[in-house]
Design a protein around this ligand. Structure first.
Ligand code: NAD
Length: 259
């Protein structure tokens, strides 16, 4: 994978950052993206580049805005050359019963979790097909395969991402381009830490009990999956060994959907 050019959306923390680091260690140039403190992001960028010895750039494009998604992909081409690997990872969550679910949150989750993957994939697919190599990996969720209450937009967008994955995979199957989804179970990252804090307030339980009783209830391994375990699956799909795997939804969920 040495010399491949990768874009990982939403890679300033959590799973995306682990994926970006793992791809860089494999020899890829990596375009980081996401929100956060500019000094911290610059430290992450510089540290990843120094550790891996590859080019690592960053752009704070907002994945809820199609023109910024396209700008991110264009910037990556400008920095490194044609994009070989696209990991659509940026994601947001909102938890509320359907009757109270704010319409602007529905629109935001659709835009970031699903439409951004469409716009980013659309921007690279012709070039990948022409060059007869490409890897698109969509970070969906166990909730892209099964439902859960109070997460209508998240569940809908993650199921949509699995469907988008299959459609792209079949369309470009003969072009040396693969498209797969990775479906994580619960990984302890900022997106989950916020939900744990909310649930602790509602239930009066200490955060570690909320994790055990609520978030790990359906995860048979009874521990969070690690971001590095998700990154390992992405590296496999992008490696030569993954060339025959396309259109799949690869669960890295500690047995969540096996129940
Ligand atoms: P996280 O909150 O640590 O990371 C989300 C990343 O997306 C951050 O870099 C954030 O800055 C970025 N982001 C958010 N909105 C953005 C926007 N509008 N434009 C650009 N970047 C934006 O959470 P995470 O757990 O690492 O989530 C990564 C992906 O994994 C998400 O798609 C999430 O749905 C999925 N996932 C997470 C879990 C879990 O348990 N943590 C489980 C299944 C799936």
């Amino acid at each position: 994978m040495k010399g491949r050019n990768a874009v990982v959306t939403g890679s300033t923390s959590g799973i995306g950052l682990a994926i970006a680091r793992a791809l860089a260690v494999e020899g890829c140039n990596v375009m980081l993206n996401g929100f956060g403190d500019p000094d911290e992001i610059e430290a992450i960028r510089a540290e990843t580049a120094a550790m891996a010895g590859t080019k690592v750039a960053y752009m704070n494009a907002d994945m809820s805005r199609p023109e910024e998604v396209r700008a991110l992909m264009g910037r990556a081409v400008g920095e490194f050359g044609p994009v070989d690997i696209l990991v659509n990872n940026a994601g947001v969550q909102h938890v509320a019963p359907l009757a109270d679910f704010p319409e602007e949150k529905w629109d935001l989750l659709l835009a970031v979790n699903l439409s951004a993957a469409f716009h980013a994939s659309k921007a690279v697919i012709a070039s990948m097909s022409e060059r007869r190599f490409g890897r698109i990996v969509n970070i969906a969720s166990a909730l892209g395969l099964v439902g859960a209450p109070h997460k209508p937009a998240y569940v809908a967008t993650k199921h949509g991402l699995v469907g988008l994955t299959k459609s792209i995979a079949i369309e470009v199957a003969e072009m040396g381009v693969t498209c797969n989804a990775v479906c994580p179970g619960m990984v302890m990252t900022p997106i989950i830490e916020m939900q744990v804090a909310d649930q602790a307030k509602v239930t009066g339980l200490p955060p570690e009990e909320v994790v055990r009783q609520v978030f790990l209830e359906n995860q048979p391994i009874r521990r969070p999956v690690t971001a590095e375990e998700i990154a390992g699956a992405v590296v496999f799909l992008c490696s030569p060994a993954g060339a025959g795997v396309t259109g799949t939804a690869l669960s890295v969920d500690g047995g969540y959907v096996a129940r």
